[in-house]
Design a protein around this ligand. Structure first.
Ligand SMILES: [Zn+2]
Length: 414
């Protein structure tokens, strides 16, 4: 009886929390330590939130709405590369889009919940049309989840060719058309495959001309372009075509890293979660598509390779490294592991990892005036963790409080 009563009380209090944001009474949060996402640190400060936004950050005394003086407060984390709908089915295997749309959306909502509860208040899903349905579902049903940006679809060397066209390659016009269609469908970004998967060797698959057409059209339409590219040739071709962000870059050389830096192209190396997650969950993927024994052997071989590549990336002056995990089935809610590996195995400074995770990623999304820092005028996306992530990056795993746009979504009693 007591337990039933308690759960009813808990349900009521979380429903109240959701409606509180709409009525938007000002709230105050005291942080023991505040890391602002832009490289700044302050001790014992109060953040004031009104109308979903931060209205001041300063040294005030007196009672507060949320006393987080035992914790470190950071801006909401950002993951620029996830696949929010990917999940394992009831048989424990990767579902690969074989199930009913409602089942898939329900799994996506669960992924969204664990993602935001672990501090990620914004994600970019790259992506499929159902991302839009998931975003609608979360809003309509008032479910907890991060802000979701989506590519709606993915473009490759055959996009737009007639179905059953065999090995026909897309013409530049077909790719331009596909970009316009993605924009019309509501894409926030264009996702492009310039190289094969790491399981298939990672060689360049789109021609220079195809990349120029795709990234050129996206630029004209005011859209960013995220390019899956492993080989140095595919990176070079994408950068020279004017694409705006490179994903993975497993075989990036010093020359290709420097080219990205020189052209101001964002780089999203995924070194700490995607490969490791595939290997941990091998039995759940094996035998589906290119998840073969050879594919897994290629991924195992890549784990140390990407760490060495990441170390080179860190040494490349002015290279804009953003945060992305390529979170697939099994990885949602564990997005922070990428930061832990970047710092512990890659040697990145904890503050640099945090800036990448917050303001640098916000900038890559062209949302630096909205999210990515704790500053007056920005959305009140706030995460509190136990411990000091500047001393021990694994503190970022210990999330005790999450607020998105002024709405509290997690409050642990510790
Ligand atoms: Zn991906």
């Amino acid at each position: 009886m007591m337990r039933v009563l308690l759960s009813i009380l808990l349900l009521c209090s979380s429903a109240a929390a959701f409606t509180a944001a709409q009525t938007s009474k000002p709230v105050t949060i005291r942080a023991g330590k505040l890391i602002d996402g832009r490289g700044g640190v302050q001790g014992n400060v109060v953040v004031r939130v009104d109308g979903g936004k931060v209205t001041s950050v300063g040294k005030t005394s007196g009672p507060v709405t949320y006393d987080l003086s035992k914790y470190t407060l950071l801006p909401g984390f950002i993951d620029t590369h996830v696949h929010i709908l990917w999940h394992f089915g009831p048989d424990g295997r990767y579902a690969a889009g074989r199930e009913e749309p409602e089942v898939r959306l329900k799994a996506g909502a669960e992924n969204a919940r664990v993602t935001v509860e672990h501090g990620f208040t914004t994600v970019q899903s790259v992506g499929e049309a159902a991302d839009l349905d998931l975003r609608k579902k979360l809003e309509a049903e008032n479910l907890p989840g991060p802000r979701i940006l989506t590519s709606v679809r993915q473009l490759n060397e055959r996009t737009g060719t007639a179905r059953g066209g065999g090995n026909a390659l897309a013409t530049p016009d077909q790719l331009r058309q596909a970009v316009r269609e993605a924009k019309a469908a509501g894409a926030d970004v264009i996702k492009i495959f310039a190289s094969a998967s790491i399981r298939d060797g990672g060689k360049q698959t789109m021609s220079d001309e195809q990349l120029q057409a795709t990234c050129g059209e996206a630029k004209a339409a005011g859209l960013r372009t995220l390019v899956h590219a492993h080989s140095p040739e595919s990176i070079k071709a994408s950068v020279l075509a004017g694409c705006t962000q490179i994903e993975h870059g497993n075989f990036a050389t010093e020359e290709s890293l420097k080219l990205m830096a020189d052209r101001g192209v964002y780089f999203d190396p995924n070194v700490g979660l995607v490969l490791q997650n595939y290997i941990e969950n091998k039995a759940k993927f094996l035998g589906i598509g290119n998840y073969t024994e050879e594919g897994f052997a290629a991924m195992e071989k890549a784990v140390p390779v990407v760490i060495e590549m990441f170390k080179k990336a860190l040494k490349t002056p002015n290279l804009k490294i953003v945060y992305g995990t390529d979170a697939v089935a099994g990885a949602h809610g564990r997005n922070i592991e990428e930061a832990v590996v970047r710092v512990k195995d890659g040697g990145q400074k904890p503050m640099d990892a945090i800036v990448s995770l917050t303001s640098r990623s916000a900038e890559s999304l062209r949302m630096q005036d909205t999210i990515g820092a704790i500053a007056t005028g920005l959305q009140a996306d706030l995460v509190a963790v136990q411990g000091d992530p500047l001393a021990d990056i694994t503190a970022l795993r210990k999330v005790v409080f999450v607020m998105k746009g002024g709405t509290p979504l997690r409050q642990d009693q510790r």
